[in-house]
Ligand binder design. Structure first.
Ligand code: PAF
Length: 282
């Protein structure tokens, strides 16, 4: 496994694979890898011959007072896990390599970023799309893989790729869960033992809502209220949002016609967790 820190070196590596007829996949991460990330890497190998995993805790997507400073970092362990998986390249650039002196270009997707996480995290998606666009230019991938747990992020990146005519296929990979249903996330490490138990309520509430829809409930307000109540029963949990939205536009829907996405964000003292479920009427 090669460890690369410089953009030019990564571009040259990717050019070499492309010239030899190989297909390159990129898995962008912020490190602190868990089995969910590793499943993205496995997914990437099903789409390409060679895989680059980027590890970069991107400062521009964290707002003031968010968890940038205590976002977990463990590059050596991450590299060990990726080596065991047979990853071709880890791209772990210093901040100055991604945001060099004098850098002043942002990439921003409008509309899709206004609701859900975008409402309470102004500037977050602008940071995500800016860094992902830069990573695409550095890695020159044919395909890039993102987790479906970050449903809005995946939708926003798809839109950016479409709008900017980026020649990169965007692949979504299913959420990987702990045995009790909690979606795997690097931020789970910041939960205390007690909070970790309480966090089970997220998936339990989403699952119950999905079952209610199958059983005939169509009213978003009723479903949202039930999810909100179940999460609010957890003393350490503070609901950021519970929303039901159209899967493509991310606009709120008052009732479920065929399919919708139920998305939640919940704050614990040192971790903000997100999760979602697809609601289908049949
Ligand atoms: O999902 C993440 O870990 C980050 O938002 C990403 C896509 C790596 C951009 O920093």
């Amino acid at each position: 496994m090669q460890r690369i820190e410089r953009v030019r070196e990564l571009q040259a590596w990717s050019d070499g694979v492309r010239a030899a007829g190989g297909r390159v996949a990129l898995v962008p991460t912020m490190g602190a890898l868990h089995p969910g990330h590793l499943s993205l890497v496995r997914h990437a190998y099903r789409c390409a011959d060679r895989v680059i995993v980027s590890i970069f805790v991107n400062p521009t997507q964290f707002g003031a007072g968010e968890d940038f400073s205590f976002y977990p970092r463990d590059l050596e362990r991450d590299c060990e896990l990726l080596r065991e998986l047979g990853t071709d390249v880890v791209f772990a650039p210093p901040v100055k390599e991604v945001y060099p002196e004098g850098w002043s270009t942002w990439v921003e997707v409008e509309g899709l970023t206004g609701g859900l996480c975008g409402r309470n995290r102004p500037g977050h998606f602008r940071g995500v799309t800016t860094v992902v666009a830069r990573l695409f230019h550095a890695a020159k991938p044919h395909v890039a893989v993102f987790g479906e747990k970050d449903y809005q992020q995946l939708a926003v990146i798809r839109r950016m790729a479409r709008d900017l005519l980026l020649d990169v296929e965007i692949e979504g990979a299913p959420t990987v869960r702990e045995p009790d249903g909690l979606a795997m996330s690097s931020r789970n490490r910041n939960l205390s033992e007690e909070e970790r138990l309480q966090a089970r309520a997220l998936h339990a509430a989403l699952r119950e809502a999905a079952l209610s829809v199958r059983a005939g409930e169509r009213r978003s307000a009723v479903l949202i209220e039930s999810v909100r109540r179940q999460i609010a029963e957890q003393p350490a949990a503070c609901v950021d949002y519970v929303e039901i939205v159209d899967p493509d536009t991310l606009d709120p829907v008052a009732s479920i016609v065929r399919r919708a996405v139920l998305a939640v964000a919940v704050r614990f003292p040192k971790a903000r967790l997100i999760d979602n479920a697809l609601l289908e009427t049949a």
